[in-house]
Ligand binder design. Structure first.
Ligand code: ADP
Ligand code: MG
Length: 139
């Protein structure tokens, strides 16, 4: 089934000029980038986006990292895009990520792990709506 998922290229990656290299991995995996914008997240945006992790010890550090420098927000489209992108990203901790995944290739640490991807179709819809209007997504 064709799905859409939400992706963020995080500040650790934009800082190192890796947007193109990460997009190449995404496209080579058969996912299409159907919307994309570079933006500097506000504190409020980052806090809201990661609200589910508010009680976790790393929440403050996570919000700080996500707002430190620009990110690239994206909508990816393809067959089983949600699960497919989770596979392309690799495990949260790059030490556990499979060879060839974005996090194995580029992540610096479990916190600075280069990309975000939605964890369910339902959350993908919610996350996409936080950053894109329907008419900004061109499949
Ligand atoms: P994922 O991004 O793989 O879905 P989570 O949703 O569990 O992972 O966590 C969200 C983000 O919070 C991670 O991508 C990472 O940047 C950060 N994070 C998760 N666990 C830790 C941790 N133990 N220490 C520091 N940062 C973490
Ligand atoms: Mg997650």
């Amino acid at each position: 089934m064709t799905e859409r998922t939400f992706s963020i290229i995080k500040p650790d990656a934009t800082r190192r000029n890796l947007t193109g290299k990460i997009n190449a991995v995404i496209e080579e995996a058969g996912l299409r980038i159907v919307a994309q914008r570079r933006v500097k997240l506000t504190d409020a945006q980052a806090k809201k986006f990661y609200e589910v992790h508010a009680e976790r010890p790393f929440y403050g550090e996570l919000v700080e990292q996500m707002t430190a420098e620009p990110v690239v927000v994206q909508v990816l489209e393809g067959d089983n895009a949600v699960l497919k992108y989770r596979e392309v990203m690799g495990a949260t901790n790059p030490d556990n990520a499979d060879e060839g995944t974005i996090r194995k290739l580029f992540a610096l640490s479990i916190g600075e792990n280069s990309v975000h991807g939605s964890d369910s179709l339902e959350n993908a819809g919610i996350e996409i709506a936080q950053f894109f209007k329907d008419e900004e997504i061109v499949g």
